[in-house]
Design a protein around this ligand. Structure first.
Ligand SMILES: [Zn+2]
Length: 144
């Protein structure tokens, strides 16, 4: 980090303090002039944008996903928490590295994660989030 006083491009960190989970404050000292200054580091995360079936863009809402996973897992005997399931889905969505994800991407990723967690919850989610309203579709899904 370049010194704001003399422009020298080397400084040492004399103190670091976490402000929140994602932010850190560093007290630095210039190696040449010895003056001190403070920098703030934050992790930059690009919020995912979701394109829905009507091509409307909206920011990814974790609350919305949590709600649907809560519903799908309501009667299921889970070995991990809903929050963990949601975090796993969100992380898998980020791994797609797409600027825009579709609601279909979310459903596909959520189904994959739920399939590993609980088959019944997966099925409930499937019937809620696809336009499949017949048993043939469900049977095809179970047998895939
Ligand atoms: Zn300096």
């Amino acid at each position: 980090m370049r010194c704001i006083f003399c422009g020298h491009n080397d400084s040492k960190v004399v103190d670091s303090r976490y402000l929140k989970d994602t932010s850190i404050r560093r007290r630095r000292e210039c190696m040449i002039c010895g003056k001190r200054f403070t920098t703030y580091e934050t992790v930059e995360t690009n919020p995912m944008v979701v394109t829905n079936v009507d091509n409307v863009r909206e920011p990814f809402k974790v609350e919305k996903l949590t709600e649907s996973i809560n519903y799908a897992t309501y009667c299921a005997d889970l070995s991990i928490s809903v929050e963990e399931i949601v975090a796993k889905i969100e992380s898998n969505l980020l791994k797609l590295q797409k600027q825009e994800i579709s609601t279909r991407d979310i459903v596909t990723v959520a189904l994959d994660v739920l399939m590993e967690v609980n088959a019944m919850a997966c099925l409930v989610y499937y019937t809620q989030h696809t336009d499949c309203d017949n048993f043939d579709g469900i049977r095809r899904f179970i047998n895939r």
